[in-house]
Design a protein around this ligand. Structure first.
Ligand code: DC
Length: 227
């Protein structure tokens, strides 16, 4: 029996993970956050004091890096060299480092291999930047979520406020813009909408509206009874 893959790509802060989590729950399948994997590799490099932009420093580290994904009570956990780093990878400095390390093709190939293996084993809603274009070009359904920079920055700012961090809105906006440019302009598997992806602009829409829009395109996907 095959598995079902739903790909959700788009820039940072477009709502991918929020939407993907809910859709996965509705479909009763797992959610895979691929950004967490880039973040974990970046965290290791930062902890070792390496420069995430320098392939000569990063590539030798990869063969000594053990990354695995586990699900505990429906939550994805990322283990880096045997340690659960799920919370540590959320810090802003890790976001920037992840975007830098994600430029290196060797890093991408190591993580893409794990992503493809997981997608073969499990039905997934999988979010990232290159899922529909590179990781799973034959995904059952592809979505590209976007929103204006202003709205994405506002969401990130609110998220940080909720977590008790007092951050500067303009700084968040600058960081997002920089990361999007970096993710879109890299040579290997950049952030790009797949031709056959359904484009959803989430600006001004509630989470529920976006979930409904996504799900309206999924009728029939699970009916394929491929699981
Ligand atoms: O989705 P996120 O913000 O957690 O991702 C962090 C960084 O990882 C993002 O700026 C670019 C990189 N990334 C990537 O290059 N490809 C993916 N499939 C997912 C993330």
């Amino acid at each position: 029996m095959g598995t079902v893959s739903i790909a959700i790509d788009g820039p940072a802060g477009a709502g991918k993970s929020t939407i993907a989590k809910i859709v996965a729950k509705r479909m009763n399948i797992h959610y895979l956050d691929t950004g967490a994997m880039y973040r974990a590799v970046a965290l290791k490099a930062l902890e070792k004091g390496l420069d995430c932009k320098d392939p000569a420093q990063i590539i030798p580290m990869l063969s000594m890096t053990n990354l695995s994904i586990f699900y505990h009570q429906d939550q994805q956990h990322v283990y880096l060299d045997g340690k659960d780093v799920t919370d540590l990878i959320r810090f802003p400095r890790v976001s920037a480092a992840a975007s830098d390390i994600a430029v290196i093709p060797e890093v991408r190939m190591m993580l893409v291999k794990i992503q493809r293996e997981l997608a073969q084993r499990y039905s997934l809603v999988i979010d990232g930047r290159d899922i529909g274009t590179f990781v799973l070009p034959n995904a059952d359904k592809k979505f590209y979520l976007t929103a204006t920079l202003e709205e994405r920055a506002r969401r990130r700012w609110l998220e940080m406020q909720d977590k008790g961090y007092n951050t500067d809105f303009e700084e968040i906006k600058r960081d997002l813009e920089k990361r999007d440019l970096n993710d879109s302009n890299r040579a290997f598997a950049p952030l790009r909408k797949a031709e056959d992806a359904i484009l959803i602009d989430t600006t001004g829409k509630t989470i529920e509206q976006v979930v409904d829009e996504v799900c309206s395109h999924l009728a029939g996907v699970l009916d394929l009874d491929k699981r």
